[in-house]
Design a protein. Structure first.
Length: 134
């Protein structure tokens, strides 16, 4: 299953070359990931900790430049891999069936009190597996 978040391109997202700055794509991924984890998981499970993670790796393939602000794009998100204490999300930034960027991030779960990685809880693992696609 895929989750889709609406991403609004702000004027401030454009750089001196008139296209969305490369670093802004990671913010778009974060917006989608937080919406997905909070609205699809955390709000349904009181005291959920799925958002207690850190991004350990990110990669982006910029396929086409985004040069227009004031427009919404769809960010499709799904899970590619679930490990013991980490998971990999994949993303596609799309408008009108055209893919502008493909991204991946690896998140590691964190025990906030100890500030160390921790294993995924069973309910977190079940949620992630429901979005697992090859």
């Amino acid at each position: 299953m895929k989750f889709t978040a609406s991403i609004f391109v702000r004027w401030a997202d454009l750089d001196a070359f008139g296209h969305v700055n490369n670093a802004t794509y990671l913010t778009y991924a974060e917006v989608a990931r937080v919406a997905w984890s909070r609205h699809k998981f955390a709000e349904k499970k009181p005291n959920s900790a799925l958002v207690q993670m850190t991004v350990a790796r990110s990669e982006i393939d910029y396929l086409l430049p985004i040069t227009q602000f004031g427009v919404n794009y769809d960010m499709h998100l799904w899970v590619e891999k679930v490990g013991n204490s980490s998971y990999t999300c994949a993303y596609e930034l799309v408008k009108d069936d055209v893919i502008y960027a493909k991204m991946k991030t690896v998140q590691v779960m964190i025990d906030i009190e100890k500030m160390k990685s921790r294993p995924l809880a069973e309910d977190e693992r079940a949620f992630l597996n429901s979005y697992l696609l090859p």
